[in-house]
Write a protein that binds this ligand. Sequence first.
Ligand code: NAI
Ligand code: MG
Length: 488
Amino acid sequence: MTTSPTLNFDTDWSYAPAPETAPVELADAYGLFINGEFTDAKAGKTFGTVNPATEKRLATVAEAGDADVDAAVTAAQTAYDKVWSKMPAADRGKYLFRIARLIQERAREFAVLESMDGGKPIRESRDVDIPLVAAHFFYYAGWADKLDYAFPGPRKPSPVGVCGQVIPWNFPLLMAAWKLAPALACGNTVVLKPAETTPLTALKLAELLRDAELPPGVVNILPGAGATGAAIVNHPGVKKVAFTGSTDVGKAIARSLAKTDKRFTLELGGKAANLVFADAAIDQAVEGIVNGIFFNQGHVCCAGSRLFVEESIHDELIAKLQDRMKTLIVGDPLDKNTDIGAINSRPQLEKIEHYLKLGQEEGAEMWQPETPVPARGFFCKPTLFLNCAQSSSVVQDEIFGPVLAVQTFRTFGEAMTKANNTPYGLSGGVWTDKGAKVFKATSKVRAGVVWANTFNKFDPSSPFGGYKESGVGREGGLHGLKEYCSLN
Ligand code: NAI
Ligand code: MG
């Protein structure tokens, strides 16, 4: 039961904690999901996944080696040849609809587990991640028997074969959905690897796929780390690779696949410019800036991590932003009041802390609110860097944490030049009262997605992907579907 706090300005007033109570069924140990069965790794290797908010181990998970990857690709190839690519497309669609509905039915459990294993606030996993997971399956279920209309031409679209998919830890189940749903809709089969710090919702999804009676081998889920990912990517039986993660690993994958005829799509890093013009609705912009960088602790490839403010409103906007940041609650991911949950892992926290130090050493001015932070677990306060030089590491590098680098501009041209002065090109944001300025800016900012007077809005029908070092190819929408079809 929760009690409403009474306002008393003499005492240290704090919010009433409201921890999540929905139960999650969690086994002590999880196997690899190959050909519809959970099995141990052939080499017997395992690893633990922890709750980053408590540092406690949640479960032990099998780690797939080369022999397991080979078994999974063989199972996927057999399922492809004998069942999935042969099945009437409308029937494939029915499986995807069934998966989508089962996810909706179990949404609460998936949301809680996502927050436990990865550290994101329950409000986000419950209201954003899991509903979007279901939406992706619904969306692509609808396309399964309409591919001829989606891609009209002399040849009917055909599937590609076994797809190898490697996903990151920031949106674990959502990235699984982004990858699985279009692949399956087109008649492909899959070997998917979740990230090593967040394997549990993918393994729960494996249980759900079994309950949905998806034919064995259509989806195989292999937990593991980089070596497992590389083994999947480089397996000769894999015809198409989809990867989301760091730019360094993406480049290494592109190099190794350049020698092959495999298809690949890469969703890599970002350093998005969020541009606020003097004519913008400032309070709305402040909310958008907060959402842009503090959503999911800033572990977001399209995070608005560079804020550009028109000089004449800089002081007013920063004061309002700081006031808003003072209200953000950092803490228990399972508490629905929490705004900023746990940093996903100790190495990621260390990376963020390295940048907090470096940013100051390089001369930018760091500001954090006096928000309390739990003593245990991996946490980081929302952070601003003011007066940043263009050369500062906090402006140049993807930090992947709740850290915002602030710069100013005087003219539209200067704003565009600064926004594009980055090796990345994934996303951007524009805040202005003028429609014409929105169109002008969105055509000049070289990024796959540019939001206007909003940020971090996602929809399965809208393609997502980057320019420059942010990646190759698109996911979502018809563009994402096309990556999984052969049209010649
Ligand atoms: P990472 O790129 O190493 O991990 C992403 C996925 O790739 C994981 O499943 C991992 O096991 C797998 N992987 C690692 N090495 C591989 C290889 N050689 N071949 C195939 N798969 C491989 O990213 P990491 O180390 O977890 O995070 C480091 C930084 O990367 C973050 O601080 C962030 O800046 C960036 N990142 C960006 C993401 C995005 O959504 N664009 C997601 C995760 C990380
Ligand atoms: Mg974990």
